[in-house]
Design a protein around this ligand. Structure first.
Ligand code: HAM
Length: 424
């Protein structure tokens, strides 16, 4: 037999039963976001490359090493989106959304693409639930968003005690520039202890050295000046207000002075959520985000403050304790026709139930009742409808309650009501 060409590395098929857990998570996410009055935004997965270079940043891992970038047939460079914020901002600017409403709340659910080293919880096509709020600079928005994210994780079934919220503030770009200079002098004095990547970053993006995963660099970074100590009065007061609002909302959190985030557009509050739950291992950051008050203007829009987050669906799924099978939608009715005439009789009845939204399966290969009932149980049907010559002659169907094994007879016209009663 010929070999099937394999799927692309780091990109998965998602089949039942796994997909039921996905659907559950997505539905919970939508419910939470819609209760906070967000509307869904759908953007293309492909964008012209400069959008990401100018927003995510030229000297970031995402842009330098991870994007799927190629020329399309018109010779223009396009990239599969590595994240959703850039596209949301593009859509916001192209639609001059600030003219339509003072505050815009958008969310999205969809695939993102990064050519990373694939491992558990780290894929090349992965899915995010993300949200962006444009037009509000108040600290209460920051706190509300973080609290919403925690609620969402709890709704997914994560243990609240296993959710760790880390926050930090990057301050204003001007403050960050002063800090950057301090950091460069500090790391330059310890140049011999840096790795090649960090030495390069010393020239290009020294804050990212704080984000290094190399234990030697982490040891040097531990002694570095802290950004939070270098911020001006205004930024510090704002951050303190975000934190006190989080306390008021009951959101436990800690400052992580080394938190810098891997994308360049951030200003002010940034945050990440990790969890100790489930099978995540080292890739245990389930969500991250922050404020990006300068990005809309830098992409040509009217100056608009903004904040957002994205949550990694695969990682959240690994953290949810229940198995995929437990999210299987229950089958309401299984029709078991004993012969071809019974199948003909059953088909329109089953169709009517399905029209009413009742999840119904029908055996298209009539056979022994016992065998058919076995299938009904395997599919976890609530009831089986057995149809043979007697049923056709009398117009009464035999309904077997598969929870307790009792059987009853019901007129065709009353079947729906009986099924609904059983499902209640
Ligand atoms: P990010 O931190 O790059 O932020 O990604 C957010 C989340 O996506 C991560 O915490 C992680 O759960 C998941 N994720 C990232 N890369 C992968 C991967 N290769 N495999 C599996 N999961 C992954 C952003 O993307 C920003 N756009 C968030 C944001 C929105 N900031 C403001 N608005």
């Amino acid at each position: 037999m010929a070999d099937v060409p394999p799927g692309v590395k780091g990109m998965n098929d998602i089949l039942p039963p796994e997909v039921w857990k996905w659907q559950f998570l997505e539905q919970q996410a939508r419910d939470v976001l819609e209760s906070f009055a967000y509307g869904e935004l759908r953007t293309p997965v492909l964008e012209y490359t400069p959008l990401f270079v100018r927003s995510v940043g030229e000297v970031t891992d995402v842009v330098e090493k991870q994007m799927y970038t190629f020329d399309d047939r018109d010779g223009r460079s396009v990239s599969l989106r590595p994240e959703g914020t850039a596209s949301a901002v593009r859509a916001y600017v192209e639609n001059a959304q600030w003219n339509k409403e003072p505050i815009t709340r958008w969310y999205y659910i969809g695939p993102m693409f990064r050519h990373e080293r694939a491992q558990r919880g780290r894929l090349r096509q992965f899915f995010q639930v993300g949200a962006e709020v444009f037009g509000a600079s108040e600290p209460s928005i920051d706190a509300e968003m973080i609290a919403m994210l925690v609620s969402m994780l709890v709704r997914f079934g994560l243990d609240a005690g296993a959710i760790e919220v880390a926050v930090n503030s990057l301050g204003e770009p001007e403050e960050r520039e002063a800090y950057r200079q301090k950091l460069v002098s500090y790391f330059s004095a310890h140049r011999d202890r840096l790795d090649d990547d960090s030495r390069r970053r010393l020239e290009t993006n020294p804050l990212r050295i704080l984000d290094s995963k190399n234990p030697d660099v982490i040891a040097v970074a531990a002694g570095a000046p802290k950004l939070i100590d270098e911020l001006g009065e205004g930024s510090r007061a704002r951050f303190a207000r975000v934190r006190s609002l989080l306390d008021a909302l009951g959101v436990k959190h800690a400052i992580d002075p080394g938190l810098v985030r891997g994308l360049d557009y951030y200003t002010g509050t940034i945050f990440e959520i990790k969890t100790k739950a489930g099978e995540l291992g080292s890739q245990n950051t389930v969500a991250g985000g922050g404020r990006y008050d300068r990005l809309v203007a830098s992409l040509g829009g009217q100056s608009t403050p903004a904040i957002g987050f994205a949550l990694g669906i695969e990682r959240a799924l690994l953290a949810i304790p229940d198995t995929a099978e437990s999210y299987e939608p229950a089958l309401a009715v299984f029709f078991a026709p004993m012969d071809a005439a019974a199948l003909d009789f059953a088909l329109p009845i089953a169709l009517r139930l399905r029209d009413k939204g009742i999840r119904t399966e029908i055996e298209h290969r009539p056979g022994k009742t016992g065998k058919m009932l076995g299938r009904a149980s395997k599919l976890r049907a609530r009831a089986a409808v057995i149809i043979g010559g007697n049923e056709i002659a009398s117009g009464k169907l035999t309904v077997k309650d598969l929870a307790n094994g009792t059987q009853s007879e019901v007129a065709v016209a009353d079947l729906e009501a009986l099924i609904r009663k059983l499902l209640d």
